[in-house]
Design a protein around this ligand. Structure first.
Ligand code: C6P
Length: 405
């Protein structure tokens, strides 16, 4: 059965409005996706009926909140097919998840002279925590090069691998270029030299199915807000045997087993990494969001999105003066572009005046922008509720922008 984007659209209240007197064309899904009614209702229900702290109350509301909170963990476990629910650690988002691994895995496993590898197309969230770890420990950060098409140089990667490499941290889908990286190959090759692998799935999970066991990923991280859930909540998946060996990074309530001035012992997973009162409403919304995605026909959804992106590429190829940045053979969700003679920020502003929302700038991926010798791009990023009519609206608006520049 064909994917019914119009029926999906109906479930997203925010999409049905005008901005600047024009129907909203929301093409900034890489920054954050919009939220379906089921997610808004789940958060609303929690605050209207169940608001209470989790894991500590002796009353009905606390029980209900705790059950929903832990059911959300199970939903995210199912969503990425983790083996154990305690392998799902709540964080504030992708950024915090990577920072937890950098601090905790770093403390347990990284020392002077060890190597950590990232790619040239990483988001700053997958660069800076490793730079900080290298500063602290004397480890060395190595960068896997990227071709002009925006694809990883897998030959260079193979040559850079050695037993010195302790961790490879790589983006699944680039937010700046849209490239889908060959993470299975990366995992296999990295594991062959004994390195662990973290995959930044921030831009992947809203587009296609991810199975952390099939991938054999050591760590997989993503944010709820880029997969139809609330902001301020995310997932750190780690293999149990690894997380068990890693120290907590924050101390406080919830993460302890016993506290005394003679010494403190910690809880097991997942609570060891979840100090303090968590973002309960966020977790419940996150659970509703992944359930929403799992209720869809994932193959039909992927085919639909691939078709939409291919259509956008076709239109881009016909558009004079437009240069696409990121021409990898496998892409998801992103059309980054430049218009001759126009600064991306001006393009974004002129598109907004026509109701079209895109993101402009370096997309927190300055190194790859430097490689292309550009300050940034305008980026249209697509989701399941976007339509070919909206792609047409984008290109009609781009034609108008060209008249101003
Ligand atoms: N990219 C974008 O517009 P947080 O902010 O923690 O939810 O996600 C950080 C992050 C990490 N990795 C990738 C690949 C990302 O795309 C992002 C967020 C947004 O592209 C905001 S810069």
């Amino acid at each position: 059965m064909a994917f019914d984007a119009l029926a999906i659209r109906e479930q997203f209240p925010i999409l049905h409005q005008e901005v600047q007197g024009k129907p909203l064309v929301y093409l900034d899904n890489g920054a954050t996706t919009q939220k379906p009614k089921v997610v808004i209702d789940a958060v609303n229900h929690y605050y209207c009926k169940d608001n209470s702290n989790v894991h500590r109350g002796a009353h009905t509301l606390a029980d209900r909140a705790t059950v929903d909170f832990e059911n959300a963990r199970k939903a995210v476990q199912t969503f990425i097919n983790a083996k154990h629910s305690e392998e799902i650690i709540w964080s504030r988002g992708t950024t915090e998840s990577i920072n937890i691994v950098a601090q905790s895995f770093g403390a347990a496993f990284i020392s002077e002279g060890d190597e950590i590898m990232v790619t040239a197309m990483e988001h700053h969230a997958n660069i800076v925590p490793w730079q900080m770890l290298c500063e602290r420990t004397g480890a060395i950060l190595k960068v896997i090069p990227v071709s002009d098409a925006g694809e990883l140089d897998m030959n260079a990667f193979a040559q850079m691998l050695s037993p010195k490499v302790k961790l490879v941290s790589v983006v699944h889908v680039s937010n700046a270029l849209g490239t889908v990286n060959p993470v299975s190959d990366i995992l296999e090759q990295a594991h062959a030299v004994g390195a662990k692998v973290l995959i930044d799935g921030a831009q992947a999970v809203a587009h296609f199915e991810v199975d952390v066991q099939a991938l054999d990923a050591d760590f997989y991280v993503f944010s709820a807000h880029k997969v139809f859930g609330p902001t301020g909540i995310g997932c750190l998946y780690g293999k149990k045997e690894l997380l068990d060996q890693m120290p907590p990074v924050q101390g406080g309530g919830e993460m302890i087993e016993k506290v005394s001035f003679a010494g403190t012992t910690y809880q097991g997973l997942p609570f060891k990494f979840e100090s303090g009162t968590p973002n309960i409403a966020g977790v419940i919304g996150f659970g509703a969001a992944v359930k929403f995605v799992m209720s869809l026909d994932r193959q039909a959804m992927l085919d639909y999105e691939n078709d939409l992106l291919a259509y956008a590429h076709e239109k881009a190829a016909q558009c004079e003066g437009l240069r696409v940045i990121g021409m990898a053979s496998k892409k998801a969700g992103v059309l980054s572009f430049l218009l001759d003679g126009a600064h991306p920020a001006d393009v974004g502003m002129l598109l907004d005046q026509q109701g079209v929302a895109v993101r402009t700038g370096h997309h927190c991926a300055m190194p790859i922008m430097d490689q292309f010798s550009i300050p940034g791009t305008a980026r249209a990023s697509f989701s399941i509720y976007n339509t070919k009519d909206e792609v047409d609206a984008l290109f009609t608006a781009i034609e108008k922008v060209k008249q101003f520049i």
